[in-house]
Design a protein around this ligand. Structure first.
Ligand SMILES: Cc1cc2nc3c(=O)[nH]c(=O)nc-3n(C[C@H](O)[C@H](O)[C@H](O)COP(=O)(O)OP(=O)(O)OC[C@H]3O[C@@H](n4cnc5c(N)ncnc54)[C@H](O)[C@@H]3O)c2cc1C
Length: 585
């Protein structure tokens, strides 16, 4: 039976004592979407599962993506048909069954500028893209638009040279919220989920890895977690975690930095997302509530993995690429938020002796990846690689947010392959995430819920879009304390109740967890959430027993973090070849 999956930050002691005393079948290292998905996959096979995350859930790449659940139109051009096919099927499964409250269809307008050749070329790609969908077809097929039709949907486009457009559909998600919900769903199936717990060593019994030594970052205490198999899902930290075991992965992870800017919705007049071709890749305008997310870049990176920072050049590149098609150019002052993330790409060319398609247990299995011979990161495959370098240890790298469920299935299969008992296959295709079950019956009841709880209709709609059927848990907090029904920050839809819920159900331990990931005020608000930091500290502090001094310290810690993001000089990235060209236009 599934529980409610509450990750109550006030129960940290109980969680730590379970980790230290129970013996697990599978210990997952890393709480990004891959680790959360792996914990869910293993837990729903009936295994005893623990997950440890060094910082907060989704604090790595999984809160810093383009937030698209998509096949990836551009991968068709790279002939990565298998990846696109699998990703589209995952997209449809998420939209229609697994997470319809979180993963929502979104349209993209693809403007055409070359009258004769471009429409048949892009059109053929979209026919192929649409034909790869499954039979569910929860998103509409693509359409052709004239130049007039394109300007009607997107008056922001400059009519100059515009020859027409294509309109196609994909899906989008709040990546951090989705990752958290996957982790909570794993917890509902008995997985123990712990954050601010860094793996600092791996336990060995002869050859076999038998668990991990973990440092509690809140107290500095060290504990040992025993498990029959350990699975590394550490994204761009994968190499470092392998080093802890004194082993080399059968593949090399290459970090590629991607930057996005956030601008107000009013700055770009369009009722659809947009996708533009750039010199080397594509640029998205992604609708995001009252904002647009615009990006991204793709540059080699070798700086601080924990806090990759956007440079002014990155921002200028995105503005220049966007302004090539806009009638009213975006300016630096339009930018309310900026974020950078690191893609954990697998560079099969730099493999450490693993054979392509090599067999387990000691070879990396690149899931069809071809050697990539020093390619620019835009050209590296987004497929994933599973490795089992020593008994009791499996690892996974590469892949996409969209395909996390398949990645999880593959790495759990590898991790349990040498168990001395039969382990059932993956069932996650049949397991809706928390908040998805019963959604169809709740959506028509918005008016009744608003009346019952004495809140505006818009509040119920806002909560349903973020928590699905779990919205009633947030509404119950408001019923118990009406002050929690007030908005958290003026001009933003979040409620004070969502801060309390983040602590009681979503494992939030610090202000940054609430302002950067449970809500997205860090990127959505022009002051990065600084003006509400003290309020958030007050609500969290009441629940977590913080003294006045501690509240002040927590608030300062957040302000320091914002300051560092704003001012840190970043000279870590190597400009992509297309960058200089596009910026010069
Ligand atoms: C700019 C950008 C745009 C993208 N856009 C899309 C998109 O639109 N659609 C899509 O499908 N994909 C997209 N991706 C790819 C996708 O975001 C990633 O593939 C995915 O988020 C990777 O998740 P992960 O769990 O593997 O890594 P992460 O989310 O980085 O998780 C790894 C975790 O491991 C933890 N960890 C590391 N070391 C330790 C340790 N010693 N102990 C405990 N924990 C540890 C880290 O703290 C981290 O939280 C994008 C990526 C980028 C960078």
């Amino acid at each position: 039976m599934a529980g409610n999956g509450a990750l109550d930050a006030r129960d940290r002691g109980a969680m730590l004592s379970r980790l230290a005393t129970e013996r697990f079948d599978v210990l997952v290292i890393g709480g990004g979407v891959t680790g959360a998905g792996t914990a869910l996959d293993a837990a729903t096979r009936g295994l005893r599962v623990a997950l440890v995350e060094a910082r907060d859930l989704a604090s790595g790449t999984s809160s810093r993506s383009s937030k698209l659940i998509h096949g990836g139109l551009r991968y068709l051009e790279q002939f990565d048909f298998k990846l696109v096919y699998e990703a589209l099927r995952e997209r449809d499964l998420l939209v229609s069954k697994l997470a319809p409250h979180l993963v929502k269809p979104v349209s993209f307008l693809y403007p055409l500028y070359k009258k004769v050749v471009e429409r048949p070329y892009v059109g053929a790609g979209l026919v192929l893209y649409d034909s790869m969908e499954g039979t569910r077809r929860p998103v509409p097929r693509h359409r052709h638009l004239s130049a007039r039709g394109a300007l009607k949907r997107a008056p922001a486009l400059s009519p100059d040279r515009l020859a027409g457009a294509m309109l196609y559909y994909d899906a989008q998600v709040d990546d951090a919220r989705h990752t958290l919900t996957v982790a909570r769903t794993a917890a509902a199936h008995s997985a123990v989920i712990g954050t601010r717990l860094s793996v600092v060593g791996l336990l060995r019994s002869a050859e076999r890895v038998t668990g991990a030594r973990v440092r509690d970052e809140e107290s500095g205490r060290i504990l040992e977690v025993s498990a029959e198999a350990v699975v590394i899902c550490a994204g761009v930290w994968t190499d470092l975690v392998h080093e802890l075991a004194g082993v080399q992965a059968g593949y090399k992870v290459r970090m590629s930095k991607g930057v996005h800017i956030v601008v107000p919705r009013a700055a770009v007049d369009a009722d659809t997302g947009m996708i533009l071709r750039t010199e080397k890749s594509v640029l998205f305008f992604i609708p995001w509530g009252e904002h647009w997310i615009v990006g991204t870049t793709d540059t080699d990176f070798d700086g601080d993995r924990a806090e990759p920072v956007a440079t002014e050049e990155d921002i200028e590149y995105i503005l220049a690429a966007a302004n090539r098609v806009l009638a009213r150019p975006l300016i630096r002052a339009d930018v309310t938020g900026v974020y950078a993330g690191l893609r954990p790409l697998v560079d099969a060319a730099a493999d450490n002796g693993a054979k392509p398609n090599g067999a387990k247990p000691n070879g990396a299995k690149p899931n069809g990846a071809k050697p990539n011979g020093g390619k620019p990161t835009t050209k590296l495959s987004r497929e994933h690689v599973v490795d089992t370098p020593v008994p009791g240890l499996a690892s996974i790298a590469g892949g996409k947010f969209t395909t996390y469920r398949l990645m999880a299935r593959d790495v759990v299969d590898a991790a349990v392959a040498d168990f001395d008992r039969e382990v059932p296959g993956s069932v996650t295709e049949q397991v809706p995430l928390l908040g998805a079950d019963g959604l169809a019956a709740v959506q028509p009841a918005v008016g009744r819920l608003a009346e019952d709880y004495g809140v505006p209709r818009a509040t119920v709609e806002h909560l349903l879009g973020r928590y699905g059927t779990l919205a009633t848990e947030v509404l119950d907090l408001i019923r118990a304390d009406a002050s929690l029904g007030r908005p958290l920050a003026s001009g933003h839809p979040y409620l004070r109740a969502e801060v309390a819920y983040a602590v009681s159900h979503e494992g939030a331990l610090h202000l940054e967890d609430v302002l950067m990931r449970r809500t997205r005020l860090f990127i959505e608000s022009a002051d990065s959430g600084v003006s509400v930091a003290a309020d958030v500290a007050a609500i969290m502090g009441r629940m977590l027993g913080w003294s006045r001094r501690r509240r002040g310290a927590e608030t300062r810690r957040y302000l320091d973090l914002v300051e560092a993001e704003r001012t840190r000089p970043a000279v870590d990235s190597v400009p992509a070849p297309g960058l200089a060209l596009a910026a010069a236009r």
